[in-house]
Each structure stands twice: as structure tokens, then as C-alpha cells.
Design a binder for this molecule. Structure first.
Ligand SMILES: Nc1nc2c(ncn2[C@@H]2O[C@H](COP(=O)(O)OP(=O)(O)OP(=O)(O)O)[C@@H](O)[C@H]2O)c(=O)[nH]1
Ligand SMILES: [Mg+2]
Length: 391
């Protein structure tokens, strides 16, 4: 019996769809569909060693715990809640194993409420280095007096409609503001120059054998990052316009070797740039950052932060410390003082920095994202490499 042509066509279409469906499920992991690829070839697949420049291995000095060492004024720094103890122990364990057991830099923990005895005992047990536990002063954490509560409530509703994650958690807004403009004002950091920010639950994969803080100091680095991402434009619609207002008042703060082209790129994701009113949304993912506190303490940054803080976007929108830090660095820092730590294997779900190096274990070399293919399009490193380079 002959089958009618439309039925045959329908049958064929169903088979093709079925094959496509199976391919989507069973295609080899790590193979990203072209639609979402950021690079022709990810530079992380190239063999990665230590950075160029002056490096000090642990054997070059006295890095034993206690006073009188060759450590510089630097700390590992974590803002964390008592409830996140398990995740913090895991992240600490990774960083101690891969790096800090060789250098014994102190850990400084910050919290908006006092740390529990259990938190103190268990974190101190993971490291030979000194641990400090600090409470954030109320005036650094509280919503500022000039924020209108009704307007805040209304704004949260709009942000939620736009599916901005955590927009209805006031503590998230407070955390972003504290990380943007408050942490470096805590008295406990008064004598500290460099910090390495660590969040609970992050992973470190690679043995790092040089003093990372000394590397920053000896090679005139202001800021170090691992991952570069696009932001959700709906969380920051007025951040760039406010920045432009600030720049009109203070053109003198812009560094001559700035990264303005990186900040304003609209070639790769024009819709993001348009929705963020001129900002590419490309930012350093600040849950990892190694930086010189003098940058945040500079007059340029202080004036910039105060301008933003008064504008209210930490509460009326959901400005994150990542775009705020990144815009400031792109404008006020010498872009050659910003370093990609390609050799530090790192993960904060769902993104990775996983180098091709025998020193790395536990991550897939060159993998950028895990969970869904489309996450790969959030990778903004190609822009940084294009405008500034890989150094
Ligand atoms: N003490 C304290 N720490 C907080 C608070 N909110 C966030 N943090 C910390 O701030 C950091 C960032 O918060 P996260 O909730 O991880 O924010 P995120 O990384 O944007 O979100 P995830 O993708 O869910 O990890 C983490 O180290 C948290 O432990 C808070 O209210 N109090
Ligand atoms: Mg986090």
C-alpha cells in the first residue's frame, strides 16, 4: 500500500528531529555547539606555565607561620556567613593544598554578625596560618539613610519581573555595596596592602609554587583575575550613564592607558551594550580577585564609589561589585597592571578557569562552563584579549 507523500514527509521530519534530539543528549561532553563558542580555539588549551616576571618560590625565603617571615602585608579574605561553614572549609582546603600551605598567608573572615565558635575552630583547623574573625561595623553594612524604602520596594518588584537573581534579598544588595566600597575601610585591613578574595564552595585545581602577593608587588600589578563574563544588563541600566556623569565632572581621573574600548565594546554583544546604555557589561568575575588595596583607597575610586552610592543603584537596581570594580579598573588603572592569572585553576559554579598544565588536577582543561552549552556565550575573555592582551 502506497503511503501518501505528506505522511512520508512528516515521518522523515520526525526521524530527523529524533536524531537531533539524541545528538543533543549524547554528543561528547566538552564539545560546544558553534553557536555558543567564544573562540575558534580557547587559549586555555595551550600549554600554560608560570607567568613571566619576578617570581619567588617558597624555598626562597622564610614562609613558616608566625612573625618575622618574608610574607608581605597581604591576606586571604572571605565575607561569609556562619551557615556557609562547610563550603568555606572546602574552599580553604583547596587553596591551602594548592598554595597557602607553602606560604602561610593569614586568613581574614568578615561577617555582618559575630562568627560562631564552631566556625572559628573548624576554619582554624584547616590552616597553620593565622585566622582573623571580624565583624562588619553597622554603618558599613546598613542600607544608607538616603535610600527611599518605598522606592526600593517598587524597584525590587520591577527587577523580579525581569528575573534578576537575588533582587529581592536586601542582604544581597548590601553585600554588593560592601564589596564595592566598604570592605577596604574595615580597621582590620588598615595595614594590609594586598588581598585574595575567596568565597565558600569555590575550587582551586592547580599547584601554584610562587608567592602570588609578591608577584603582584614585584611586577607592579594592581589587579588579578581569572574569569571575565558578561553581566545581566537589566541589573545595571543606569550604571554606565552614572559613570559618564561622573567622568564629565572628573575627566582627570581617567588613566592614559585605560581600557575604555573594552568597557564600551558593542561588536560582540550589541544588545547587551544597548540595554546597559553603552557598557558592554564585560566584567572581571570578582568572587576571585587578587588586588592592591591602594587602588580602592585612591581618591579617584573613593570619589567614584561615593558618586555611585549617592545615585542609589546598589538598591534601586542590583549593581554588583563586579561591574563596579571592573568599570573603575577599566577607567582609572593602567591596563597593563591588570593580570590574567591563567595558571590558577579556579571554579565558582558554573564557570571555570582550567589551564592545560601538569600542575592541575580535577578540572577539564580548557572547559569554561558546565551545565548548559549556552553558558559559554557569557565568556567575555575574547574582548579583554582583543583590547588589552593576555599578559
Ligand atoms: N556574612 C554574610 N556574607 C554574605 C551575605 N550575603 C552574601 N555573603 C557572602 O558574599 C559572597 C557572595 O555571595 P553569594 O551568595 O555567593 O553571591 P553570588 O556569588 O553572586 O551567588 P551564587 O552564584 O549563588 O554563589 C559569599 O562569600 C557569601 O558568603 C550576608 O548577608 N552576610
Ligand atoms: Mg558565590
Amino acid at each position: 500500500m502506497a503511503i501518501a507523500r505528506p505522511v512520508r514527509a512528516l515521518g522523515l521530519a520526525a526521524i530527523v528531529m529524533w536524531c537531533f534530539f539524541l545528538w543533543q543528549i549524547f554528543r561528547p561532553s566538552g564539545q560546544i555547539s558553534n553557536q555558543y563558542k567564544s573562540f575558534e580555539r580557547d587559549p586555555m588549551l595551550d600549554s600554560t606555565g608560570e607567568p613571566e616576571g619576578i617570581l619567588r618560590p617558597a624555598t626562597s625565603g622564610n614562609y613558616a607561620p608566625g612573625p618575622g617571615s618574608d610574607r608581605i602585608n597581604a591576606t586571604l579574605l572571605a565575607l561569609v556567613r556562619n551557615e556557609e561553614l562547610e563550603g568555606m572549609l572546602q574552599a580553604m582546603g583547596d587553596l591551602e593544598r594548592t598554595w597557602n600551605h607553602k606560604f602561610n598567608y593569614p586568613w581574614t573572615f568578615f561577617n555582618d554578625v559575630p562568627f560562631s565558635d564552631e566556625f572559628k575552630q573548624k576554619t582554624q583547623a584547616v590552616t597553620k596560618a593565622e585566622c582573623r574573625y571580624e565583624v562588619i561595623p553597622e554603618e558599613h553594612w546598613a542600607m544608607p539613610s538616603w535610600i527611599n524604602k518605598d522606592l526600593y520596594e517598587e524597584s525590587v518588584k520591577i527587577l523580579k519581573e525581569q528575573e534578576i537573581q537575588y533582587a529581592d534579598m536586601i542582604s544581597y544588595h548590601q553585600m554588593c555595596r560592601w564589596n564595592s566600597g566598604m570592605f577596604y575601610k574595615h580597621p582590620a585591613l588598615a595595614d594590609t596592602q594586598f588581598y585574595w578574595r575567596v568565597e565558600p564552595k569555590v575550587h582551586f585545581f592547580c599547584d601554584v609554587d610562587y608567592d602570588v602577593f609578591r608577584y603582584m608587588q614585584d611586577n607592579n600589578k594592581t589587579y588579578g583575575f581569572t574569569i571575565n563574563l558578561y553581566d545581566a544588563p537589566a541589573s545595571i541600566p543606569t550604571l554606565w550613564p552614572e559613570t559618564q556623569k561622573f567622568l564629565a565632572q572628573h575627566p582627570e581621573y581617567v588613566h592614559k592607558n585605560n581600557a575604555m574600548d573594552w568597557l564600551t565594546d558593542k561588536t560582540r554583544r550589541p544588545a547587551h551594550n544597548a540595554k546597559a546604555n553603552g557598557y558592554s557589561t564585560c566584567h572581571f568575575w570578582t568572587n576571585f580577585e587578587i588586588a592592591d588595596l591602594s587602588f580602592w583607597r585612591s581618591k579617584a575610586y573613593e570619589d567614584y564609589f561615593n558618586h555611585l552610592d549617592r545615585a542609589g543603584g546598589f538598591f534601586y537596581e542590583r549593581w554588583g561589585d563586579a561591574p563596579v570594580h571592573s568599570i573603575a579598573l577599566g577607567l582609572f588603572a593602567d591596563s597593563s597592571s591588570i593580570h590574567w592569572f591563567r595558571d590558577i585553576g579556579y571554579q565558582h559554579i558554573p564557570f571555570f578557569n582550567c589551564p592545560n598544565s601538569p600542575k592541575c588536577h580535577g578540572c577539564v582543561k580548557g572547559r569554561f562552563a558546565e551545565g548548559a552549552d549556552w553558558l559559554n556565550q557569557e565568556d567575555c575573555r575574547p574582548n579583554w584579549f582583543k583590547y588589552v592582551g593576555m599578559g
